[in-house]
Design a protein around this ligand. Structure first.
Ligand SMILES: Cc1cc2nc3c(=O)[nH]c(=O)nc-3n(C[C@H](O)[C@H](O)[C@H](O)COP(=O)(O)OP(=O)(O)OC[C@H]3O[C@@H](n4cnc5c(N)ncnc54)[C@H](O)[C@@H]3O)c2cc1C
Ligand code: SF4
Ligand code: SF4
Ligand code: SF4
Length: 345
């Protein structure tokens, strides 16, 4: 039996889930044509007999994933050693010109603005983003945003896993132009699906916007045990969370600072196998990197350049080139190298 026809038990269950490497992206669930899988506590589990079609292992970013192969697929070449945060065309800091967008967004509101611009121009019909649950405060859930109001409602970072890739099953059913926002592991899943020719799920994808990511946290640990349990914050009062050398939790009463050393114990363990900090396979990557009110933006592909330049020229975004000596640039290089080096294979 060829590797591509391995069933779930012989591939992902054994080498990814049981090995503690599953990042809960949901790609396997999204592509299973027989709807055999569901996510249970962040990992896929069989709910029906597997037909051993092999599609789930073709989509999984933690199963036989070759970064070099994916770079060739996206950029036509592999990264050189002097490209520590991956292949790119332009590196800038940028921010939304719209004050309301900046207010609701995480850093400079670049991700949100690119989606808003793409939708206004008719380049996309829907964006796959992370919203929050109505039942559990600040609990992320994948969402389709199909208008500006919904895009704005989903702005801002949730530091726990939102399996946005799950929605590609639905996106494929709609005849729609789609933008996808996700963490580096999710961007890897999307590229693997595209490279495998899973066009039913990715055929409508126009833009892939990748977030920078050091690690994500468990909801139970970070939100319930720590912020609520230890710090006494009512989670329904939390308006924003950010990490800038410390964890900053904003409520109606102000910003509460919490030391990063106290939250490390709530990291998702499977993130230890992740070597991509800056979403190296995205069209455009965005991160905060200690900046205040600006998003560090790495424009990587031709598609990404067209989208970003269009938004700049239309007055949606302001940008400034980033000096190679700038602190944020050094941090980007350092975090990218450290994450690649320390990833447990
Ligand atoms: C888990 C996580 C860890 C991160 N770690 C770092 C880091 O270490 N260093 C760093 O510089 N930047 C990190 N970021 C990125 C940073 O927080 C901002 O998302 C980025 O700077 C873009 O800012 P913005 O104002 O342009 O984004 P916005 O305009 O606010 O848009 C953010 C977009 O991300 C989507 N989103 C929010 N949370 C999630 C999620 N959990 N999964 C998928 N999509 C989501 C939103 O729906 C929205 O579309 C992290 C993001 C996440 C989700
Ligand atoms: S995609 Fe579904 S049917 Fe195919 S191998 Fe995976 S679980 Fe089995
Ligand atoms: S595709 Fe994602 S959710 Fe499925 S096993 Fe792989 S990492 Fe886990
Ligand atoms: S550290 Fe890696 S695996 Fe964990 S959420 Fe971020 S991109 Fe995904």
């Amino acid at each position: 039996m060829g590797e591509s026809k391995l069933g779930f038990e012989a591939s992902l269950a054994k080498d990814v889930v049981d090995a503690g490497r599953c990042v809960g992206c949901g790609a396997c669930v999204a592509v299973c044509p027989y709807e055999c899988l569901t996510l249970v506590e962040g990992c896929p589990s069989l709910v029906k007999d597997c037909k051993s079609c092999g599609l789930c292992s073709q989509a999984c970013p933690r199963y036989n994933f070759s970064h070099g192969k994916m770079e060739k697929f996206v950029f036509g070449r592999t990264r050189k050693t002097e490209e520590p945060f991956g292949i790119y065309r332009r590196l800038v800091i940028a921010q939304a010109t719209d004050e309301k967008t900046r207010r609701v967004s995480q850093d400079g509101g670049v991700a949100t603005t690119l989606l808003a611009y793409a939708m206004e121009k008719g380049y996309i019909d829907i964006a796959v983003v992370a919203g929050v649950s109505e039942e559990k405060p600040f609990y992320p859930i994948p969402k389709f945003a199909s208008n500006l109001r919904e895009i704005l409602e989903c702005a801002g970072t949730k530091y726990t896993c939102s399996p946005n890739t799950l929605l590609l099953a639905e996106a494929g059913k709609e005849v729609a132009e789609v933008a996808f926002v996700g963490t580096p592991c999710q961007i890897q899943a999307v590229r693997k699906m595209q490279a495998a020719g899973l066009t039913r799920h990715t055929g409508g994808l126009n833009f892939v916007i990748g977030l920078m990511c050091s690690r994500c946290f468990t909801y139970e640990g970070l939100m319930e045990s720590y912020i609520h349990g230890e710090k006494g914050v009512d989670l329904s009062e939390v308006k924003k969370m950010n990490i800038k050398g410390k964890l900053l939790v904003t409520t109606a009463s102000g910003v509460i600072e919490m030391p990063l050393a106290e939250i490390k114990r709530f990291h998702e363990e499977s993130c230890a196998c992740c070597g991509d900090f800056s979403s190296e396979l995205a069209d455009i990557s965005v991160g905060g990197l200690g900046l205040d009110g600006w998003t560090l933006t790495v424009i990587r592909t031709k598609k990404g350049e067209e989208l970003f330049s269009g938004a700049e020229q239309a007055g949606f975004l302001l940008s400034e080139p980033l000096d190679e000596e700038a602190k944020a640039n050094n941090l980007l290089v350092r975090l990218s190298e450290k994450k690649r080096k320390n990833a447990i294979r």
